[in-house]
Design a protein. Structure first.
Length: 499
């Protein structure tokens, strides 16, 4: 997943409008095994939000159009052409543009004869799909947001460059250490699909879970609920105080799995999520899935969801949460930065792993979803793909990583870069959540492998309908299982499995 729109509109649940597209151009510069030992380090990213499938393979853009290779030196280990133009398209979301613009300036300083065309948009798919079809894609893309291109399709149609040369190149700060040796656990594995090649580089590191204000929780004289009975009791208490228990991005209900999926793993074991990822028959009919669906449906039935939530987008639901209209919000760790303009002083942004059902759960409290986020890709037909990889190498320096963490309240894929940085409340709580989770960190792959299935069908067609009261849990399970079965039978889709 990637982060979401950075435009905070200040809207409320009662008076909500969609956020504007924050596109802009700088002229001239223009798991499961994923994170097993990622204790004490993670945050962010975000989610890949996508309603649209990626493009089919296109023509044009043959090798004759590619920039000639430059001379490989200690300062230029990838052999970047010093005078070739670099085009970099960033998703303009919760992390903003500044961290990338700063890294572009380093590239320009290192390659003064090059021109960098940098732009940022929320319309990734609609802007770039035609260019993939024409064989003229940019050199580096942050493929994130509501219009994220389907990476399973991109990989399956061989439209991405293998990033192994970047990973095996000397790191920016230490020539005796490869880039891959500077990364947080699991980042490389997340970019792999069905072999050793690495097609995607996840730059941010995200903790997903249930976000809340510690100040609001304290005002209710309550602790975070570890069981669902405790959750319902706390929501009832909040309701009496005029506060809804939950809100979420009703227009994009694929945010719900940020807390729902790790709850399913907690209740039934990680193998339940693996079976779902593998599109196994009847995976969605597992008792743990049914029980968790029924638990979430209780929030709707008992009136503990903020009124009007199904009509809210991510910004509007986050704004209502920041105003204190609702206590809990399923989200990713980009939310602290994305909502910074509307979060009041003393709010104390906090994240927790999801509540479980009861003592019969397979995994302990603390089980949560954390993984790499904000997926960067280099198209196979990029004219200056080597330059795109070099831009990523720069971004993986200690200085660029510190800059990212300082400016967006998140950790990067670089394993370090926090010395001297004062961690924000949300960042601190994310680190604490990872420490508590220990080995019990899960990484569902549906959002990477089958974007349409995850976003449009499971999210909007299943969970969104259930939480709006238009489907019962049993109906939602049946409908989602049907979607998964159709995807499993679809020969036009490349299928992936946990190895």
């Amino acid at each position: 997943m990637g982060s979401t729109s950075a435009e905070n509109t200040g809207t409320t649940a009662e008076n909500a409008t969609a956020p504007a597209d924050g596109a802009g151009t700088r002229a001239g510069t223009g798991r499961r095994d994923l994170i097993k030992r990622a204790t004490a380090l993670g945050l962010l990213a975000v989610p890949t939000m996508s309603f649209l499938s990626a493009c089919a393979s296109g023509g044009g853009g043959d090798d004759q159009d590619k920039a000639e290779a430059g001379e490989k030196t200690a300062e230029n280990p990838l052999g970047v052409n010093n005078s070739a133009q670099l085009e970099f398209v960033l998703f303009d979301g919760g992390f903003g543009k500044e961290y990338a613009e700063d890294a572009v300036q380093v590239y320009e300083k290192n390659f003064p004869d090059a021109t960098v065309k940098f732009s940022a948009t929320q319309k990734i798919q609609s802007t770039l799909q035609p260019r993939f079809n024409q064989g003229t894609p940019p050199d580096l893309i942050d493929n994130s947001g509501a219009e994220q291109m389907d990476m399973g399709v991109l990989v399956g149609k061989k439209q991405l460059a293998d990033l192994t040369p970047l990973l095996d190149a000397p790191s920016y700060d230490d020539p005796d250490k490869k880039v891959r040796d500077t990364l947080r656990p699991g980042i490389v594995e997340m970019g792999q699909f069905d072999g050793d090649q690495v097609w995607i580089f996840y730059y941010a590191y995200t903790v997903y879970g249930v976000w809340y204000s510690q100040k609001a929780l304290d005002s209710l004289d309550a602790a975070y609920p570890k069981t669902w009975d405790e959750m319902l009791a706390l929501c009832a208490k909040a309701k009496k105080k005029g506060m809804a228990g939950w809100t979420y991005a009703g227009k994009y209900p694929y945010y719900l799995p940020f807390s729902l999926y790790p709850m399913i793993a907690k209740v039934g074991g990680v193998e339940v999520l693996d079976a779902i990822d593998n599109l196994e028959p009847n995976a969605w009919k597992h008792p743990a899935v049914k029980a968790c669906f029924e638990a979430y449906y209780e929030l709707y039935k008992k009136g503990y969801v903020l009124r009007g939530t199904p009509g809210l987008d991510h910004i509007q639901s986050q704004t209502a949460w920041a105003k204190g209209d609702a206590l809990f919000l399923p989200n990713g760790s980009w939310v602290e930065n994305e909502s910074a303009k509307v979060i009041p002083d003393g709010f104390e942004v906090t994240v927790s792993a999801p509540s479980g059902l009861d003592s019969s759960d397979k995994l302990p409290f603390g089980t949560l979803w954390a993984s790499g986020g904000e997926p960067f890709i280099v198209p196979a037909k990029a004219k200056n793909g080597t330059g795109g990889m070099e831009q990523l190498r720069i971004m993986l320096s200690e200085a660029s990583s510190k800059n990212f963490t300082s400016k967006v309240k998140s950790l990067s894929a670089y394993n370090g870069g926090t010395d001297g940085i004062e961690l924000t409340p949300g960042l601190k709580s994310g680190v604490a959540a990872l420490e508590l989770a220990g080995d019990n960190v899960v990484n569902p792959r549906l959002q990477d492998w089958y974007v349409k299935l995850q976003k449009e069908q499971i999210g909007v067609g299943g969970l969104g309908e259930m939480m709006a009261g238009r489907l019962t849990p049993a109906e939602a399970v049946k409908k989602i299982q049907g979607y998964a079965d159709d995807a499993a039978k679809d020969s036009s889709i490349k299928h992936y499995k946990h190895r």
